[in-house]
Design a protein around this ligand. Structure first.
Ligand SMILES: Cc1cc2nc3c(=O)[nH]c(=O)nc-3n(C[C@H](O)[C@H](O)[C@H](O)COP(=O)(O)O)c2cc1C
Length: 208
C-alpha cells in the first residue's frame, strides 16, 4: 500500500469502505493474505461465544455476501442452524487494518452455490469431508478421522464422492463492517451499517 493511497482513504469514509472491500476481495483470492483465514464467531445454544479460523472462499461485494466451506456435522453449523448472527474478525498487519464484520449466517448443503463450491474444491479439500466419525467426536486413539488407506496420498474423484454428503457452505450476509486503521499520525475507526431500505452503506467515523 502506497502512502498516497493511505492518504486517500484516511479522511474519506467512501474510500475507507472501498479499501475494506478490496482487502476482503484480496483475502478471498490470495491465500497469503491474512484475511484469507479470519476468525468466525458464533454463539452456542447455551449462549457461549465460540470462534474458529475458516478459509474465506468468496466475496460477493454487490450482495455483501461472504462464503466459507464447512462440514455439515460440526458445531458451528448447529450454532447457526437455519440462520443466526455471525461475527468475522481479521487483521491485516501490512495494511494495518482490523476488520470486524457482523452478519447473518445461513448454511446451504444443497443448491447451486453449494454445488459450485463442491465442484471447485480440490480432491485434497474434498477428502476432509470424509472424516468418520464426524469432526469433534471423542475418540480413544489419536486419528485424522480418515481411513488410513486414504492418508498420505491424493484421493481419486471416485473416493471423495461420499464426502459430498458432509459438505456445505456457510453464507454470511454482512450487515455491519467495522474498520480500524492504525496510523502513527492518528488511528482511524469507522463503522458501516447496511441500510436495507436505502440499499446503501451508512458510514460513520468513530473514535478509535
Ligand atoms: C488455517 C485453518 C483453516 C481452516 N479452515 C476451515 C474452513 O474453511 N472450514 C471449516 O469448517 N473449518 C476450518 N478450519 C477448522 C476450524 O477452525 C475448526 O477447528 C473446525 O471447523 C471445527 O469447528 P467447530 O466445531 O467450531 O464448528 C480451519 C482451521 C485452520 C487452522
Amino acid at each position: 500500500m502506497t502512502s498516497a493511497k493511505e492518504e486517500s482513504f484516511l479522511n474519506d469514509l467512501n474510500l475507507t469502505l472501498e479499501e475494506a472491500w478490496n482487502l476482503l476481495l484480496q483475502g478471498a483470492k490470495d491465500r497469503h493474505s491474512p484475511l484469507h483465514t479470519p476468525a468466525i464467531g458464533t454463539v452456542t445454544a447455551e449462549g457461549i461465544p465460540s470462534q474458529r479460523i475458516m478459509v474465506l472462499r468468496d466475496v460477493d461485494r454487490d450482495n455483501h455476501r461472504l462464503r466459507f466451506n464447512t462440514d455439515v456435522r460440526v458445531s458451528k453449523v448447529a450454532d447457526i442452524s437455519e440462520s443466526a448472527p455471525v461475527s468475522i474478525l481479521g487483521y491485516h498487519p501490512a495494511a494495518k487494518v482490523q476488520l470486524r464484520l457482523t452478519g447473518i449466517g445461513h448454511i446451504q448443503q444443497h443448491g447451486p452455490i453449494a454445488e459450485q463450491a463442491w465442484n471447485e474444491a480440490s480432491l485434497y479439500g474434498k477428502r476432509c469431508y470424509l472424516a468418520d466419525p464426524a469432526p469433534g467426536q471423542a475418540v480413544t486413539v489419536p486419528t485424522s478421522g480418515l481411513d488410513p488407506a486414504m492418508e498420505g496420498q491424493k484421493p481419486t474423484a471416485e473416493q471423495v464422492i461420499p464426502a459430498r454428503d458432509n459438505f456445505s457452505v456457510l453464507m454470511v450476509d454482512v450487515e455491519k463492517i467495522e474498520w480500524l486503521y492504525l496510523a502513527h499520525t492518528g488511528h482511524r475507526r469507522a463503522s458501516f451499517i447496511w441500510d436495507k431500505e436505502a440499499i446503501r452503506w451508512d458510514g460513520q467515523w468513530l473514535v478509535p
